[in-house]
Design a protein around this ligand. Structure first.
Ligand SMILES: [Zn+2]
Length: 626
């Protein structure tokens, strides 16, 4: 069923982050595109108690502190210096990054600030060695126009990229530092987007402007979209890390359905008269003794490790935990996982199940004092973890009776989202005293205004004029960041529209079918096109050749053609066949035009090996001599 997003009061704001393609990092001289030296460092930190200078502990900080952890940092020495290791103060702000951000600001009509002040934004997950991320506002205001609607831009910021999470296991997190400090530009829009599809259009428009600056990195991992989403009456939900533009509408739609579901649950709990205090006053109980002879492998597996089975009653929650792809049970499970690191929960709406019998369920209900209207939640794990998990479950459940909480969530590859942590409070920023403020001079702004990059619309126009490409094909090359590849391949002498569709439509289609096209190097495509131009194979062989090369990354194009039997036979052989067919078929065709039938026969023999145009030319020559 289609949702009426306007009716539910959907409001979305976008934060688009993109790595800048500067020579060095934002606050040191390390390269943003390092060559590995093979020499690495590794060091360890305990997560330190982060408190803002105002003395109050941020909710997001409190969350991370509950999960005391050891953090391991690794890096190749070619990509880091003492600044990333937090052993040396930051150097001055990278002028190349500043210039790129000011250029973008000029393109969207934003007002640059007079003086850039670098701030520290508390980040407690360990992804910054300092415990904060350096960030600075470069410009405010401006707008992009999408489909006739003006979408205001709130801020244009440059900041340091964080270290890359490598792995996470019991109490230890490992980060790679090479990405730390690469400049990011962050563009935030006002929360005026009212439809999921509109978010895609706006992100696309901003992405095109950013690319037009010629100063952004390309490829996987260089772009991240964060969203803030709300509907009328809900809290603000921040969704982090949507990588693919195409996923934006899906993620927003999921969030809207999730928020609506939480609204229904809140209203139902209210009508049942469930009070938040009643939920909060529930006690966590040890139920291990009820499962001593359980047949459930999940339970017996946990008990064999010496773990406990513990549970709580959720008064008035019967029937509200299960459901479709958005379930309150999943919310509880996410909280338990995030706050206590347990695997997940079991709840009464899904039991009996997982090998847990009706008798065991009845025993649990008796022990917890559950009435017909009550639900319960079970967890397995070490005692302390169980208690923390179930306390998180109780807290989340008590909030559910009143409000839809502000949260930071993470985007998952399937378009759903998952709870990460509470939304940080406002006490998160304070000045970075190690970096002096930078004045934005009139001269710099005038120089930037004089040399603004040309908009990509002009490039699209030029591609379609010069190479006879359709507008759509031209934009696909631009949005797929394939213009450089296209220009380097178009000289092979094959029709430009064929080259363009090979890079865009054909590749995309094969990728959808699960072919690992990324294994095929541009050089291989060039060699293939040269062979097509020389008449050694026909254009029709393209798909088969790409599939072969994707599956056999070491092979040459010639090997692919040979093993697929798609190499053209020598021209003399083709000419001989044309002669034979004409001699054979002409008498049998009576007075009819012989071209069609004979051409059909030729295609049958040579499709994918000899270009149709070559066959047609040979046949016409031969027929004209008859
Ligand atoms: Zn460095």
């Amino acid at each position: 069923m289609g949702l009426d997003y306007r009716e539910v009061g959907l409001k979305v704001g976008l934060e688009i982050h993109r790595q800048l393609d500067t020579r060095t990092k934002l606050f040191c001289d390390c390269p943003t595109d390092p060559k590995p030296t093979g020499r690495t460092i590794e060091f360890m930190r305990r997560l330190r108690e982060a408190q803002s200078e105002l003395g109050e502990v941020d909710p997001a900080a409190r969350f991370e502190m509950r999960r005391a952890r050891t953090i391991v940092y690794r890096a190749d020495l070619g990509s880091v210096c003492l600044v990333e290791m937090d052993e040396e103060p930051p150097h001055e702000l990278n002028g190349e990054a500043l210039r790129a951000a000011l250029t973008f600001a000029a393109m969207v009509g934003a007002r640059p600030v007079d003086e850039i002040h670098v701030m520290r934004k508390i980040v407690i997950d360990g992804s910054n060695t300092t415990g904060f991320q350096r960030t600075c506002v470069v410009a405010v205001g401006g707008s992009v126009t999408v489909g006739g609607k003006v979408v205001p831009i709130q801020t244009i910021t440059i900041e340091e990229d964080a270290a890359r999470l490598v792995e996470q296991r019991d109490g230890t997190v490992v980060y790679d530092l090479s990405r730390l400090g690469i400049p990011l530009i962050e563009v935030s829009t006002a929360p005026v987007i009212e439809e999921p599809r509109e978010a895609y259009e706006v992100a696309l428009a901003i992405g095109r402007l950013l690319r037009a600056t010629g100063k952004v990195k390309r490829g996987i991992g260089t772009v991240r979209q964060d969203l803030n989403v709300s509907i009328a009456g809900s809290g603000l939900v921040e969704v982090k890390g949507v990588q693919e533009l195409e996923d934006l509408p899906k993620v927003i739609d999921y969030e809207v359905r999730r928020l609506l579901h939480l609204e229904r649950i809140r209203d139902e709990l209210r009508s049942r008269g469930v009070r938040p205090e009643a939920v909060r006053s529930e006690r966590v109980r040890d139920l291990t003794h009820l499962f001593a002879s359980s047949r459930s492998r999940l339970i017996s597996g946990a008990l064999s490790k010496g773990w406990r089975v513990m549970g709580v009653r959720l008064p008035g929650f019967a029937g509200l935990l299960g459901g479709g792809d958005v379930r309150f049970g999943k919310e509880l499970s996410d909280y338990a996982r995030a706050w206590a690191g347990v695997q997940g929960i079991l709840h009464s709406d899904e039991l009996p199940g997982y090998g847990i019998t009706q008798d065991e369920v009845s025993a649990v209900r008796r022990e917890l004092g559950c009435g017909d209207g009550d639900a319960f939640v079970l967890v397995t794990g070490p005692e302390q973890k169980c208690i923390e998990a179930l306390e998180a479950v109780l807290e989340r459940s008590s909030v559910a009776t009143e409000a839809i909480p502000d949260e930071t969530r993470g985007a998952r590859p399937d378009g759903t989202t998952q709870y990460l942590r509470p939304r940080p409070g406002s006490a998160r920023m304070y000045p970075e005293t190690d970096v002096p403020p930078v004045r934005v001079s009139r001269e710099l702004l005038e120089e930037i205004a004089r040399s603004l990059p040309r908009p990509l619309e002009e490039l699209a126009g030029e591609l379609s004029r010069k190479y006879g490409l359709s507008r759509q094909l031209a934009w696909e090359l631009i949005d797929g960041e394939l213009v450089e590849d296209f220009l380097s391949l178009v000289g092979t002498g094959v029709a430009p529209s064929f080259v363009a569709s090979l890079l865009t439509e054909v590749t995309k289609d094969l990728r959808r079918q699960g072919v690992r096209v990324e294994n095929v190097k541009t050089d291989a495509i060039r060699r293939y096109l040269e062979l097509v131009a020389e008449g050694r194979t026909a254009k029709e062989s393209a798909r088969d050749v790409l599939v072969y090369l994707a599956g056999n990354p070491g092979s040459s194009v010639e090997e692919a053609l040979e093993s697929l039997r798609l190499l053209a036979p020598p021209l003399e052989e083709v000419e001989r066949t044309v002669d034979e067919l004409v001699r054979e078929m002409l008498p049998r065709l009576g007075g009819r035009d012989p071209f069609g039938p004979i051409m059909g026969e030729l295609m049958k023999r040579y499709r994918g090996r000899v270009d149709g145009a070559v066959l047609s030319r040979l046949l016409r020559e031969r027929l004209s001599r008859v």
